[in-house]
Design a protein around this ligand. Structure first.
Ligand SMILES: *Cc1c(COP(=O)(O)O)cnc(C)c1O
Length: 209
């Protein structure tokens, strides 16, 4: 029988200080997610100076095309990829001395105006583009479901994501990550096949800024 793979914890550290990240890292958390580039670069520099090179940094916020160079140079993963222009720039700008940048494609599963991400119908083409880039490694999908759904609607959204993920896995052997689940829907996301939860509030407490 196949054992299911463990679910990875990504600590979402937006608005938290480098010291708070360091404390959680000492407790054994290795992967951190950041939304705002300038804030993230300051923390990465501070923690690199403290020789915390063992932290794996994920960029999870909306990507402006004039910010791709710093993302390509400073991060290990980017989970919010949602258009070809960004794919092309990240591939060109990923330094040769680093391993390929790990990429998740963001899906706007509830078609919300306010959110980044592509429609499921666009996935085949964008995945093909990422997989053709030698400096990028396609790892999977990321989503932020609508907060206002009923439990039944949420579960339907999560199951749709799981089906997209399984389908993508059959085409690309490098795909192993379904990044879904935040503080409010961790359990439902894991039940629907999430392999990585992104948790801020439930780890650090409420954000004040
Ligand atoms: C802020 C954020 C999270 C974490 O949200 P919490 O509700 O604090 O757990 C996860 N993913 C993304 C993309 C975020 O922006």
């Amino acid at each position: 029988a196949q054992t299911s793979s463990p679910v990875r914890l990504l600590a979402v550290s937006k608005t938290r200080t480098a010291d708070e990240v360091d404390t959680l890292h000492q407790l054994g958390v290795d992967e951190f997610g950041e939304n705002y580039l300038q804030e993230a670069l300051e923390k990465i520099a501070a923690l690199n100076a403290q020789h915390e090179q063992s932290i794996i940094w994920h960029f999870i916020g909306p990507i402006q095309s004039n910010k791709t160079r710093q993302i390509a140079e400073q991060f290990d993963w980017v989970q919010s990829v949602d258009r070809e222009k960004i794919v092309t720039r990240l591939n060109e700008q990923r330094p040769d001395n680093l391993p390929p940048l790990n990429v998740c494609i963001q899906i706007n599963i509830n078609d919300e105006q306010s959110k980044s991400g592509i429609a499921p119908e666009q996935l085949t083409e964008l995945a093909r583009q990422v997989s053709a880039c030698p400096r990028l490694q396609l790892r999977g999908l990321m989503t932020i479901p609508a907060a206002t759904q009923s439990d039944a609607e949420l579960n339907a959204s999560l199951n749709t994501m799981h089906n997209l993920f399984r389908n993508l896995q059959t085409q690309y052997p490098s795909v192993d990550t379904l990044s879904m689940g935040m503080s409010s829907d961790i359990e439902a996301a894991i039940q629907s096949g999430s392999t990585m939860v992104r948790v801020g509030t439930a780890l650090f407490g409420p954000r004040t800024s």
